[in-house]
Design a protein. Sequence first.
Length: 295
Amino acid sequence: ELGWTESIPYLDRPPSPLEFYREWVSPNKPCIIQNAISHWPALKKWTSAYLREVVGPKVVSVAVTPNGYADAVFQDRFVMPEERQMPFMDFLDIVEKKVTSPNVFYVQKQCSNLTKEFPELVCDVQPDIPWMSEALGKKPDAVNFWLGESAAVTSLHKDHYENLYCVISGEKHFLLHPPSDRPFIPYELYQPATYQVSEDGSFEIVDEKSADKVPWIPLDPLNPNLEQYPEYAKAKPLQCTVKAGEMLYLPSLWFHHVQQSHGCIAVNYWYDMEYDLKYSYYQLLDCLTKTVKVL
C-alpha cells in the first residue's frame, strides 16, 4: 500500500485543500486532475505566434544536447546539457523546423524560469495553485516553463518536491515508479560532466573536475538491461499520458521518466515536501537497499 496504485486515477475537478491533502498528499499517491486549469488564458493564447510576439527576441536559456538526454548517464558520466543563451524566436524556429539542426533543443532550465526568464507569460497562468498552497500552507518554491522537441527526454529520477505538472498544449508521457520500488532501481556514482560545442560544431563531453560525484540512475526504463540490472524486473512501473488542459499531481520522491509530443508546452509548480514520517521511511528503504548491495 505504501505509495502503490495499479493505475493513475482521474479527478474530474480540482479538490478542496483538505480533500487533496487527506486523499493524495498524505498517502503520497499521484492523480491526474481535469478542469483545474481550464480558466487559464494560456490554453488559448499560447500559440507560436503569440509567444513570438510576447517573448520574441528576448535571450533565454536553452538546454542543447546531441541526443535529447540532458542530465543523464552517458559514457559512464553524468552529463549535463550545454546551456545556450539564444533569442527565443531562434529557438522557436528550430522547434517549428524552419531551421534544421542535428542537435536537440529544450527550454527546461527550472529554478523558477517562468517567473525569472518569462515574466511576460505569468499573467496567462497563475503564480501558484491556490488549493495546493492552502493544503500545504506554503507557496511554491519554483514555477517552471517547459517547451521542446519530441526527442528531448527526461531520464529516470526523483525530486524532493510535491509537483503539479500542467500541460498547456501537446502531451506529456510519464513512466512512474512509487518510492517503494527503490530496492529494484539501480543507483551509481558518476563523474559529472557537461556537453560543450567544439569549433567544428560537434559535441564533446568535458568533466567538471572539481565537482563531487553524482548519484544517478543508469537504467533506461523503456529498454531496461535486465542482464545488468535483474532486480528491475520486480519493479512496477505505471504509465500515463497528460493531455492539454490536464494536471498531474506527482508526489515527492516518486521516480519519473518523461517524454513529450513535439512542441509540447507545460508549466509546473514545485512545492517543497514535508520531511515527515514518509520521508524517514524512504530514507530507511534507501539505506537498507545500499547495505544489501554492499553485502
